[in-house]
Structure formats: C-alpha cells, structure tokens
Design a binder for this molecule. Structure first.
Ligand code: ADP
Length: 226
C-alpha cells in the first residue's frame, strides 16, 4: 500500500469557507514528499485531517492502507506528527515530555527511556533534558517537537512548516537530520511555502493553491518545466 493516500478530500469550515475542494494525491513508501503552496492554500488543513486534528467534510484518507475513519487506531500508530504550534506542556521537563509520549504508545518504561535519550541526543537536546520546556529557544522547541514525534518510531513522519521562523544554520541541520531518517526508511511529508526547501529535500511534490492540487510530480520534472 501507499504510505498515504488521499482521495476526494473536502473541508468546509464552520463559517462556510471551503478550504479543500476535493483533493487527491498519494505518497509512496520511503518517499520524501512536499506539499507546497502559498499561505492559505490548505496545507495545514490537509495535514490536520491526516493527523486527526481536524475533521474532514468528505473524502477518504488511508495510511499504509488503513482507513482513518474505520481503522483509526492502527492508522495512527504508524504516524508521527509535528504541527506548527508548540503543543507540549511548557512547565514539564524536556526529557519527561518525550518519555511520556512513548508511554502513550504503550512502550515499556525502560525502552521509552532509551528511545528518549537517543532522539534527544540526535536533536542536540540531551543537555536540556532536565530543563522546563519553556526555557528552550524557539529552535530547540521545534526540535523537541520532532523528538517527541519520533519516539514511537513511526513509519510516516509529517511536519507542518518545520523550518518556519528557523534561522538558516539551524534549518540546514534540520534538513540533514530529516534526510538521515528518510534514508533510514521513514517516509516524510512536509509542508512548505519555499520551493527551495522542497527542492533541497524532496523527491516528489504536490502544489496546492486555493484548496486544489495544481501540480503533482517529481521535483526533477517540476524544475525542468521552470
Ligand atoms: P496553509 O496551511 O496552506 O497556509 P490553511 O490550511 O491553514 O492554509 O488554511 C486554508 C484556508 O482555510 C485559509 O484561507 C484559512 O484562512 C482558512 N481556515 C483555516 N482554518 C479555518 C477555520 N478554523 N475557520 C475558517 N477558515 C479557516
């Protein structure tokens, strides 16, 4: 099965605004995929639906073949999500945030501890494990979000504008980290409004505008058209 398959996805918000007008796209296993589009195009709405944070109006979402409506528990297990907003408890310690998350997935405490250490080290946050989350810089909070999303070792990682507001140096190190985990087998989907970011990282791309997919191709083919 595809890592993600979205078919005829529509979203009408409570105020009547149609943010997604029946979009369809697929992301194959192992891919590094970008959903590119200007602000307001519908990127966050799409990822919000895939990660069960936003209700869809209609359409179908399958994660590794599991229907998000009918088989939500299984579908969600293979998914790691990094939303744009920091949504951890700012008063909790960095190490505890990552370990607690592992607990939600039923990972036994010993393994949870090891995994938390591994990902905190990977993301340059191990020295901060005993700090409260609110003490971290913006870039560190972003990396904490990523560590937390990886602790159950999801097969599919989705990130909503992971480098928004991140300085160039940190952006580069986040890029190489994401490439590393993709090379190790994790399928990655990110949203961005920078073509450069998609170009540097991704193999395939869907361009979304006004709630519709206007292009869906490989980065290579897209660049040849420009
Ligand atoms: P992007 O992530 O591409 O910037 P979004 O998915 O956040 O786009 O938003 C798509 C459109 O839906 C925008 O026009 C936005 O203003 C609108 N929108 C987002 N959330 C809501 C909401 N809760 N109610 C009404 N409109 C919304």
């Amino acid at each position: 099965p595809q890592a993600l398959s979205v078919t005829g996805l529509r979203k009408v918000y409570g105020n009547g605004f149609e943010a997604l007008k029946g979009i369809s796209f697929e992301v194959h296993q192992g891919d590094f995929f970008a959903l590119l589009g200007p602000n307001g195009a519908g990127k966050s709405t799409t990822l919000g639906i895939v990660s069960s944070l936003v209700n869809k109006t209609s359409g179908e979402v399958k994660i590794f073949g599991f229907d998000l409506d009918k088989e939500q528990a299984v579908a969600k297990r293979s998914l790691g999500v990094v939303p744009q907003e920091f949504n951890f408890n700012m008063f909790e310690k960095v190490g505890d945030i990552v370990r607690t998350q592992a607990g939600y997935y039923g990972i036994e405490p010993k393994v949870a501890k090891e995994r938390a250490e591994y990902y905190l080290r990977k993301l340059g946050l191990w020295d901060k494990r005993d700090e409260r989350a609110r003490m971290l810089s913006g870039g560190m909070k972003r990396r904490l979000m990523i560590a937390r999303a990886l602790v159950h070792e999801p097969k599919l990682l989705i990130l909503d504008e992971p480098t928004a507001g991140v300085d160039i140096e940190l952006r580069r190190s986040m890029w190489s980290f994401l490439q590393e985990i993709n090379a190790a087998g994790t399928t990655i989907i990110l949203t961005t409004h920078y073509l450069e970011e998609a170009e540097s990282l991704c193999r395939n791309i869907a361009i979304i505008d006004h709630g519709q997919i206007v292009q869906n191709t490989s980065i290579k083919a897209l660049l040849q058209q420009l």
